[in-house]
Design a protein around this ligand. Structure first.
Ligand code: NOJ
Length: 713
C-alpha cells in the first residue's frame, strides 16, 4: 500500500478536513489579508486540524511547529509552509513588472531561483508566486506584480519563474513549490477597481488570460491560486468548469488549488452560498484543495458532508492531492530539510544579481540632446524629490523579508556612482503628503546646479494589492514640485519611481529625459547610478503600453483592425475626437545610449505547409558609439481568419548584446502552433492564408519591418 493510501485509510474525517486547512498562526506571523478566521492555535496543529500554514516567518518558529506536526499529531503528517515570496525573500529583485521590462528570461529564472534558495533556507516550502495576471489597465494596482500586457510574455514568464522556484528536483531542499496566480483574468477587474467583478469573453479568456496558466501547468507548477473575483457572477473559487473541467481534466494539472485569502468563505459575500457549509461544498466541488484563511472548510465542510452537499469520496480525492504535493516536495521523507540547509550563494553574488537586473529593468523613455549618460566629472547635480532618499520605494510592493534598511537609495547610489561630482540632495515634498514647504528650497537647489535628477513618482504603498487608483500619476504635491523645478530651465532628468505607468504626459514633455526606474530592488540606487553613468546602458523595454491619457485605458497593442480602421483625416473611423488612439509609448519601447538598426526580415520560403516551421532571419547592427543590449520583437498578423485577429501578436523576442559597430543575424523559428488561432469553437486550428510577420524594436506598427508568408498547399 502506498504511503498516501495508508494514511487515508487511517484518517478521521476531522483529520482529512485538517489537511485542507491553511492558517496563519503564532508569533512571527505577517499579515496579508483581513482578520478572518485567525483564531487558530498551536493546538489546532497538534490535533491535526491544520495541514498548512502561511505567513509564519523564521526558521526556528517554522521548525518548532513542524516538529509538533510530525511528532505530536496522531499521524505525523508534516505541515506545508507557504509564503508570498514575490520578487525576493531577503534580497529583492525589482518588482515583477519592472523585471519583465528586462526581457531576459534567463534573469527571470535566476532571480526566482535565488529567492527560492533564501526562502528555503528559512524553512519555506511553497511560494504564492508567480503572479501571471496580464493587465491592460494601470488603474489596477496589482499590475506591478505581473508580467504586463502580453500573453506570450506571460507564458515565457510562467515557464521561467516556475523553473526557477521549483528547480530540476522538487525534493531538493533549495527548491520550493510555485503557485501560479491569480486564476484567471483578475487583471480585467471592472474599471481597474480591486476585487471588482470581471466581464470577459470566452475568446479573450482563452486567447489572452489562460495561456500563461497553461504554461505554468506545462512547467509542472505545484499549485494554482484562483483569484478573488467573479466572472459574470461566477466566483473563481467555485468555477468547476475552469478549475476541474479545463485545467485538471483537459490540461492535466496534477497539483493543488490553494485558495486566495478567505476566498472560499467569501463565496457567501459574493452571494452564491448561504453559509459556510454551502461555501465549502461549492469550493470542494469546484476542485479547491486548500482553504486559505477562511472558515469554510474548517467549519463548513463537516456540516456540508452531513447535509449531503458533498461526498466523502470527493473529500478523499482532494486530501489525496494535498498529500501528494507534500510527498512531491519531499516533506514526508525530510520535513526539516528546508530550514536546516545553508544557502551556498554568497551575499555579494546575490546583491550583484539584483543590481544587474535592476539596471536591466530601467526603461529610458526620453533623452533629449543626449543629456544622459552623465559624465563622471562636471558641474553640480541637484538630486531632488521625495524618493531620492527613501529605501521603501526601492523595494516596492511585497518586500518579503527583505531588509529595507539595506536597500541602496538613489542618493547613496548616485553619490557612490559619481564620486567626482558634487551632489546636492533636496526632498522638496513628501511622497504622499500635502505640504509644499520644500519647493522653494528645491527650486533654489535646481537653480544652482548644472543638471537636476528628479526622483518622483508613486509611493510604494500605492501600488500592489488593494491599491487601485483613479489617477495613476504623481502622488501628493509632486506635480507642483516637478513644474517648479522644470520652470528653472535647467535640464531635468525624471527618475520615475512607479509600479505601473503613471500618466504624466505634460511633465514628460517638459523634461529633458525620463528614465523609468520602477521599484528597482535592494540595490536600486546603485543600479540606477550604473544606468545614469552609462556603465550599464539602459536596455529595458516597456512590458505595457504607456497611455497618454487616462481615457485610453484599457490600452494594449494587440488591437484588432475594426471595420473602420483609423485613417488620418477621416471622420467615420475608430478614434477619439480629443486625443490620439496611440499610447504615449508603445509596448516594447525603450531607448538606449547607442543606436540599433534592423534589416528586413528574411524567410527561406514565402509559402509553407501546415506542420512546417518558418525560419525568420534579420540583421541587427549596433550603429552607435557604445556596447549595449537591445530586444527585438517578432510579431505575426493573420490577415484573414474566421475570427478577426489582432494586427500584431507577439510570437518571439530576443535580447542580445552588441558592441559598438557590431552586427549579427537573429534567427527566429516559428512553430506550426504559432500560426494557429482559436476557431469559433475555441479549439486551436491552422487556417490557410497570408500572415504578415513583423520585426521591430517595439509594437509601434508604423516602424516594424514586414514580410508576408502564405500557409497553404
Ligand atoms: C492575498 C493576495 O491576493 C495573494 O496574492 C496572496 O498570495 C495572499 N493574500 C496570501 O498572502
Amino acid at each position: 500500500m502506498s504511503r498516501i493510501d495508508d494514511l487515508l485509510s487511517r484518517m478521521t474525517l476531522d483529520e482529512k478536513i485538517g489537511q485542507l486547512v491553511m492558517q496563519a498562526l503564532g508569533a512571527g506571523t505577517i499579515v496579508t489579508g483581513p482578520g478572518a478566521a485567525t483564531d487558530s492555535s498551536v493546538d489546532d496543529v497538534r490535533q491535526g486540524r491544520i495541514g498548512s500554514i502561511l505567513n509564519l516567518v523564521g526558521r526556528d518558529r517554522i521548525l518548532a511547529l513542524q516538529k509538533i506536526a510530525v511528532e505530536e499529531t496522531r499521524l505525523g503528517i508534516p505541515l506545508l509552509v507557504g509564503l508570498d515570496v514575490i520578487h525576493g525573500y531577503l534580497t529583492d529583485a525589482p518588482v515583477p513588472l519592472a523585471e519583465t521590462a528586462a526581457f531576459r528570461p534567463d534573469l527571470w529564472e535566476e532571480t526566482a531561483r535565488m529567492a527560492a534558495e533564501e526562502a528555503a533556507e528559512d524553512g519555506v516550502h511553497l511560494t504564492f508566486a508567480p503572479m501571471l495576471d496580464l493587465a491592460r489597465d494601470p488603474r489596477w494596482g496589482r499590475m506591478v506584480e505581473g508580467p504586463g500586457e502580453d500573453p506570450y510574455v506571460g507564458r515565457v514568464m510562467a515557464a521561467a519563474k516556475t523553473a526557477g522556484f521549483q528547480g530540476r528536483d522538487l525534493t531538493d531542499p533549495l527548491s520550493i513549490g510555485a503557485t501560479a496566480k491569480h486564476f484567471v483574468a483578475y487583471g480585467a477587474v471592472n474599471a481597474g477597481r480591486e476585487y471588482a467583478s470581471v466581464e470577459v469573453s470566452d475568446r479573450t479568456l482563452h486567447e489572452f488570460y489562460l495561456p500563461a496558466f497553461k504554461a505554468a501547468v506545462d512547467a509542472g507548477t505545484v499549485a494554482i491560486m484562483p483569484a478573488f473575483h467573479d466572472i459574470a457572477g461566477r466566483p473563481m473559487s467555485g468555477d468547476k468548469a475552469l478549475l476541474t473541467g479545463l485545467v485538471r481534466d483537459t490540461w492535466g494539472f496534477d497539483g493543488i488549488y490553494v485558495s486566495d485569502y478567505d476566498a472560499i468563505g467569501e463565496l457567501v459575500a459574493h452571494g452564491v452560498a448561504a453559509d459556510m457549509a454551502e461555501a465549502a461544498a461549492i469550493g470542494l466541488e469546484a476542485g479547491m484543495d486548500i482553504d486559505m484563511m477562511s472558515a469554510a472548510y474548517r467549519e463548513g465542510l463537516k456540516p456540508a458532508i452531513e447535509r449531503g452537499l458533498v461526498s466523502v469520496d470527493l473529500l478523499d480525492a482532494t486530501v489525496r492531492r494535498v498529500l501528494a504535493v507534500k510527498e512531491r516536495l519531499g516533506l514526508f521523507d525530510n520535513p526539516y530539510a528546508r530550514g536546516t540547509i545553508a544557502v551556498a550563494r554568497p551575499r555579494q553574488e546575490r546583491r550583484a544579481l539584483v543590481r544587474a537586473v535592476g539596471a536591466a529593468s530601467c526603461v529610458l523613455l526620453k533623452n533629449d540632446d543626449a543629456v544622459l549618460p552623465l559624465a563622471p566629472t562636471g558641474g553640480r547635480i541637484a538630486l531632488i524629490g521625495p524618493f531620492a532618499t527613501t529605501k521603501r520605494e526601492m523595494i516596492g510592493a511585497w518586500y518579503g523579508l527583505g531588509d529595507r534598511e539595506e536597500a541602496v537609495t538613489i542618493e547613496a547610489g548616485v553619490r557612490a556612482g559619481f564620486p567626482h561630482r558634487e551632489v546636492v540632495v533636496v526632498e522638496g515634498v513628501s511622497g504622499l503628503g500635502t505640504e509644499t514647504d520644500g519647493i522653494a528650497e528645491a527650486v533654489a537647489a535646481a537653480g544652482e546646479a548644472d543638471l537636476v535628477l528628479l526622483a518622483v513618482g508613486e509611493a510604494a504603498e500605492l501600488s500592489g494589492e488593494a491599491a487601485s487608483r483613479v489617477r495613476p500619476g504623481f502622488t501628493g504635491r509632486q506635480a507642483e514640485l516637478v513644474s517648479a523645478v522644470i520652470a528653472t530651465g535647467k535640464p531635468v532628468v525624471i527618475l520615475l519611481v512607479c509600479g505601473r505607468p503613471l500618466i504624466e504626459t505634460e511633465a514628460f514633455a517638459a523634461a529633458a529625459a525620463v528614465l523609468v526606474i520602477w521599484h528597482p530592488g535592494s540595490e536600486g540606487g546603485a543600479a540606477v547610478a550604473e544606468v545614469l553613468s552609462g556603465r550599464r546602458p539602459p536596455s529595458g523595454k516597456l512590458p505595457v503600453s504607456w497611455p497618454s491619457h487616462l481615457g485610453q485605458v484599457p490600452i494594449f497593442y494587440a488591437q484588432r483592425n475594426t471595420g473602420r480602421p483609423y485613417a488620418e483625416g477621416e471622420f467615420f473611423v475608430t478614434k477619439y475626437v480629443d486625443a490620439s488612439n496611440e499610447p504615449l509609448y508603445p509596448f516594447g519601447y525603450g531607448l538606449s545610449y547607442t543606436t540599433f538598426e534592423l534589416g528586413e526580415p528574411i524567410v527561406e520560403a514565402t509559402r509553407f505547409k501546415p506542420g512546417e516551421t518558418v525560419n525568420v532571419t534579420v540583421r541587427l547592427a549596433n550603429t552607435g558609439p557604445v556596447s549595449a543590449d537591445t530586444t527585438v520583437f517578432l510579431f505575426s498578423h493573420d490577415c484573414v481568419a474566421s475570427t478577426a485577429r489582432p494586427i500584431l501578436e507577439l510570437k518571439r523576442f530576443q535580447t542580445v548584446t552588441l558592441a559598438a559597430g557590431e552586427e549579427t543575424f537573429l534567427h527566429f523559428d516559428l512553430e506550426p502552433a504559432d500560426f494557429e488561432c482559436l476557431g469559433p469553437d475555441l479549439v486551436p486550428r491552422a487556417e490557410p492564408g497570408d500572415f504578415v510577420l513583423s520585426v521591430g524594436f517595439s509594437a509601434d506598427r508604423r516602424l516594424v519591418k514586414t514580410v508576408r508568408v502564405t500557409l497553404g498547399d
